[in-house]
Ligand binder design. Structure first.
Ligand SMILES: Nc1ncnc2c1ncn2[C@@H]1O[C@H](COP(=O)(O)OP(=O)(O)O)[C@@H](O)[C@H]1O
Ligand SMILES: CC(=O)N[C@@H](CCC(=O)OP(=O)(O)O)C(=O)O
Length: 294
């Protein structure tokens, strides 16, 4: 009897998901995997199995990844001290070679390999294969209006969406590192949160999901009961101003607000360490992280 009850419970879960599966069929979902999540192989495997599931039930997932922690480790092994200016890595030519190798060769290839190992199809799209992100150098102004030199740091100015659309149509999951090419074919190091938002904006994605190593946005980071499950964009601005949101969460919420302004329906910040956090967030009636809407 217990076995039958268990089977019925599982069937109910499938039925609960059916409505969401229908609603999101053929919709683009951009998933950003951050360096914090990428450092834990179990989190990566679990996230990728969810992404494969999404593709199998008719959604169009696109993976955009960072790898800031791995880049810093590789720089330190090469005897270069990482330096961040306004949250961006100062990127000289030597650093750029390391960023290209770590993101496009090591991390992108390992994500594609793992998706294939789990029975899904994936294609790495970057300057080594087929480039999707076109960029230009990012210029930031200092307090006195002076120009801040970030080296080869860029922002995305165009996304070749036709390549993403064709890849998704063919049943493959596109995997993109946060590197853009400028009009001369030179590499630019782009913050991965902003790269993911640029992709979501270009595709008018249904969702943009940030997978990190926190359950979501907290009102008080020392108190787990203060997780905010639903946020409206105007409230996000207030949380930035009062200092509740800072450090690594800042580029995520900045990118989230940009994406919402451009027509992306919903932003999710979820914990990559929780098994199946993506599926729980999308296909169940009650999500587990923080969702942000306009
Ligand atoms: N209000 C907040 N709630 C939760 N995390 C926050 C908040 N403000 C800042 N953070 C920080 O943001 C970090 C996530 O950003 P980051 O480490 O850069 O992630 P990733 O590597 O996934 O891009 C969290 O580990 C936490 O320290
Ligand atoms: C310009 C800039 O800062 N680029 C980032 C790109 C990687 C990234 O953003 O990785 P996470 O998502 O893991 O932080 C960097 O070099 O660290």
């Amino acid at each position: 009897m217990a076995a039958v009850d268990e089977a019925i419970r599982k069937a109910k879960i499938l039925v609960e998901a059916l409505g969401w599966i229908r609603q999101f069929r053929d919709r683009y979902v951009v998933i950003k995997l951050g360096g914090s999540a990428l450092d834990d192989p179990d989190s990566v495997r679990n996230c990728l199995s969810d992404v494969i599931f999404m593709e199998a039930v008719g959604m169009r997932p696109i993976l955009v990844h960072g790898g800031g922690k791995a880049i810093s480790r590789a720089m330190e092994s090469a005897g270069i001290q990482p330096r961040f200016v306004h949250g961006r890595r100062y990127t000289d030519d030597e650093t750029l070679e390391i960023v290209g190798r770590v993101l496009a060769e090591e991390i992108c290839e390992s994500l594609v390999d793992e998706i294939r190992r789990q029975g899904g199809q994936a294609v790495g799209l970057n300057f080594r294969s087929q480039n999707v992100l076109e960029g230009e150098r990012l210029t930031l102004a200092g307090d006195a209006g002076e120009q801040i030199d970030l080296g080869r740091v860029g922002e995305v100015v165009n996304v070749r969406r036709e390549i993403l659309e064709a890849t998704c149509r063919s049943g493959s999951i596109p995997v993109l590192p946060s590197i853009a090419l400028d009009s001369d074919g030179g590499k630019l190091n782009v913050n991965a949160d902003t790269a993911a938002a640029a992709v979501a904006r270009a595709l008018r994605a249904e969702k943009l999901m940030f997978l990190s190593d926190v359950p979501g946005i907290f009102r008080d980071r020392t108190d787990p009961s203060t997780l905010i499950s639903h946020l409206q964009s105007d409230r996000v601005r207030a949380l930035i101003e009062d200092g509740t949101i800072d450090t690594g969460m800042l580029p995520k919420v900045d990118a989230a607000l940009d994406a919402l302004d451009a027509g992306v329906r919903k932003i999710h910040i979820v914990d990559a360490r929780v098994p199946h956090s993506i599926l729980l967030e999308i296909y169940s009636d009650k999500g587990i992280g923080t969702e942000i809407v306009r």
